[in-house]
Each structure stands twice: as C-alpha cells, then as structure tokens.
Design a protein around this ligand. Structure first.
Ligand code: ATP
Ligand code: MG
Length: 238
C-alpha cells in the first residue's frame, strides 16, 4: 500500500531523514515515533510533496509518488493532518472543511462540497454542532478535530497523522483513539506520529522508531516498549 525505500532528506549539511525504509499494508495502522527533531514530520512533508526528496523513493498504491506535488498526492488518496493547526479564523468551520473538498476529483467522483457531505465529515469527529462557529472560538481539541475533518474531506485511502493527540487531555485522547479505530474498521490505512508511545500503544499494529533520521527499531508495540535501544535514544535526547 505504502512504501518508503531509502528515503533521505538533507537540509544543507543536516541529514534529517537518513536512508529510511518501511512499508505499510492496506488497513494497517503504523506508529512512527522518535524524539524531537528525529525527522518524523520531514517524512510526512516529503511524502506529501511539501519537501523535495534528496534520495530514495516513495510508493503509494503500487505507483511511485516520489516527485509528485501535493495536489497530485492528495488526488491519489493520501491526506495529512499537520502537527500545527492552521484553520482560517475568519471563516466558519463548515467553510474551512469545504475548502479541502475535491469537487472535481477524478478518483472519488464525488461532489464533496455540498452541505450534507460537509456535515458528514464534521460528524465523523463530533464537531457537527460547531459547523457555524469560527475556529478561533473553539477549544484546542475541537480545532484538532477540525484539522482531521479537513483531511477527511479529500476522501483519502490513507491518513498521515502528525501528533494528533498533542495538547489533549486523557478523555479527549481516548475518544480520538476510538475514532481512529472506527476509521480502521472502515478500511482506512494510517501512519500516526507521536513523540512517545502514549495514546499510540493501544492503537497501532506496528511501530517504527527513528532517531536522528535513522530507523533504530521496528516491531509490535510490546516489543518496542521493551527495546533497550529505543529507551536509550529517548534518554539521550532529553
Ligand atoms: P518534533 O517531534 O519536534 O515535531 P520531528 O521528528 O517531526 O520533531 P522534523 O521536524 O522532521 O522532526 O525535523 C527533523 C530535523 O530536520 C530537525 O533537525 C529540523 O530542524 C530539520 N528541519 C525540518 N524542516 C526543515 C526545514 N524546512 N529547513 C531546515 N531544517 C529543517
Ligand atoms: Mg514533527
């Protein structure tokens, strides 16, 4: 479904992602974890066509997408929730979601911009009663939910979630984990980035750990929780 093959991204003398390879099968949820600055968001930025790739290849659905621009990647069925929320505060929640629909999508053949579909996207993350509010008036967790609704509005087959639990309290995290489980049951493939195992532990099928851009471990959550190399990487970075 999704594959990174030797992905490398350099910024001048800094190697942010270093010869990284892993695959994600259809319907799988993979956790991508690592300390601050280990290259997690850079992997997403390269995948989404935000950053050009220095070396290596990215495949989605059997096709190479390494040099695709963001629009092409989204049209293929990949969508990302960024680490930072960036709603337009002068527009309602509904209008923010509508901006991300692909009314002329070749892939989905769906006119996603109508009121009913916008309501559906919002309802999938429980913000359907906030559609007429402005994002600036919403609590943090609802703004993050809006970011997820925006990502869903492109009708993706695979979601890249960059720190979706950040700044949420335990109840909000639990609710979001349940949502992601529902998405999975409906066939969504996901990569979830976090600093640590936290909310990820229960959710993911497999974990990839990176440190300084290099993959240092991969395995099921229980194995990773016990892994000495992983523990040392976190100790060394804090
Ligand atoms: P965090 O957990 O803090 O979000 P991260 O694992 O997402 O960290 P990245 O944001 O991918 O880490 O950054 C990896 C490295 O690449 C860092 O050293 C960062 O400063 C650098 N970097 C990322 N984007 C750029 C950029 N546009 N220009 C220069 N350096 C960058
Ligand atoms: Mg990041």
């Amino acid at each position: 479904m999704f594959e990174l093959e030797g992905l490398t991204k350099r910024f001048g003398g800094l190697t942010a992602v270093d010869d990284l390879s892993f695959t994600v099968d259809r319907g799988e949820i993979v956790g991508l974890i690592g300390p601050n600055g280990s290259g997690k968001s850079t992997v997403f930025n390269c995948t989404m066509g935000r950053y050009s790739v220095t070396d290596g290849s990215i495949y989605f659905d059997g096709e190479e997408i390494t040099d695709d621009d963001t629009h092409e990647v989204v049209e293929r069925g990949l969508s990302r929730v960024s680490q930072e929320s960036n709603p337009i505060d002068a527009m309602t929640v509904a209008a923010n979601i509508k901006l991300f629909t692909l009314p002329n999508s070749v892939r989905t053949m769906r006119g996603g911009g109508d009121e009913e579909t916008i309501f559906e996207y919002a309802a999938r993350v429980d913000i359907e009663d906030k559609l007429h509010e402005e994002p600036g008036s919403l609590p943090h967790a609802d703004v993050r939910r809006l970011e997820i609704a925006k990502a869903l509005a492109t009708e993706p087959e695979m979601l890249l979630l960059d720190e979706p639990f950040a700044g949420m309290n335990q109840q909000e995290i639990d609710e979001l984990v349940t949502k992601f489980e529902t998405f999975r049951d409906e066939g969504m493939t996901m990569i979830v980035v976090d600093h640590n195992m936290g909310g990820l532990m229960r959710l993911v099928d497999r974990v990839v750990v990176i440190h300084n851009g290099v993959k240092i471990a991969e395995g099921d959550p229980d194995e990773i929780a016990e892994n000495e190399t992983v523990r040392n990487a976190y100790l060394g970075s804090s």
